[in-house]
Design a protein around this ligand. Structure first.
Ligand SMILES: [Zn+2]
Length: 297
């Protein structure tokens, strides 16, 4: 019962961080010209994100000497910006070893979305990114028509780096059961599709279907340029159909700093709770990132 009430509160977008956090945030906003308070590493607002950005006060208090304290701080949901800005990070080298979380302390969240069995869900994620500035990495499985069907809408976001494309094979097999040649054919075929359709190279990132990985798979993949397997540290558990409440429940559990979280573009319930998911990310002051935002190849 308590849990359901908690989820309802999240769904209504009223789960704030308390007055203490609000007071600190108001101070930061004054000092930084109303930059988002959850991303202290931001540089100048980038590209179209800036022009479509936060609808903060148009009369900046900068230069007024001693801005008056806000007598009635706005609720968190109104104070936070409507748009995720691109991060400005100093990228680190890829570990080479299997990646399941992001290194070091920080406030980053790497959402990764796999498969693409539903063209509508791929389209909805793409629109979410366009609308909110969300950054994520798709792990593309090329047997699904969704990637071709949504290519035109995805392309500008791929080109800007807001959407990253990783390799999730052609037919989604258990790679540990395949020969070296078959493993490489699965990865190379997917990589070729991504390159010819979107003009980008998915390598070195690949996600083995089901997370099934062994030394043989890694060696075969490495030999054709895929030297960075990506697993996860938290999941929306929606490779099959679950309810919207369950998606939110898993997000509550796993949307945490420096986590790589896996979701799937297979069933539509997740698309019905996009607003609650973005609220949750903002409330937790997390910065959405792609893997390329964090790592140099
Ligand atoms: Zn998959």
């Amino acid at each position: 019962m308590d849990r359901r009430r908690f989820l309802t509160r999240v769904a209504l977008g009223v789960l704030g961080l308390g007055l203490g956090a609000g007071a600190v945030a108001a101070g930061d906003a004054v000092a930084s010209g109303f930059r988002p308070t959850f991303a202290p590493t931001f540089g100048p607002a980038g590209g179209s994100a800036g022009s479509g950005g936060p609808a903060g006060p148009t009369t900046s208090p900068r230069g007024l000497g001693h801005p008056r304290p806000e007598p009635h701080p706005m609720p968190v949901a109104q104070r936070l910006p409507p748009y995720f800005e691109p991060p400005h990070l100093t990228r680190v080298r890829l570990p080479g070893a299997t990646l399941s979380s992001l290194p070091g302390p920080g406030n980053l969240l790497a959402l990764t979305v796999d498969d693409g069995a539903s063209s509508e869900v791929v389209g909805a994620y793409t629109e979410l990114c366009r609308r909110t500035g969300m950054r994520l990495t798709f792990f593309v499985t090329t047997k699904f028509a969704s990637w071709t069907e949504n290519a035109a809408a995805m392309r500008p976001l791929v080109e800007s780096g807001q959407l990253q494309l990783g390799n999730h094979t052609m037919s989604h097999p258990d790679l540990t059961k395949l020969s070296t040649g078959a493993i490489q054919a699965e990865l190379a075929g997917c990589g070729d599709f991504i390159r010819s359709t979107f003009g980008v190279d998915a390598a070195p990132y690949f996600r083995p279907p089901y997370g099934y990985l062994n030394a043989h798979v890694q060696s075969a993949a490495r030999d054709i340029g895929y030297h960075q397997p990506v697993l996860w540290y938290g999941t929306l558990s929606d490779s099959g159909r679950i309810t919207e409440a369950q998606v939110l429940d898993f997000a509550q559990t796993w949307f945490l700093a420096q986590h790589i979280v896996i979701g799937h573009a297979n069933y539509d319930p997740v698309t019905h709770v996009f607003d609650q998911l973005t609220e949750l990310i903002r409330d937790r002051q997390l910065q959405p990132v792609t893997l390329n935002d964090v790592f140099s190849r």
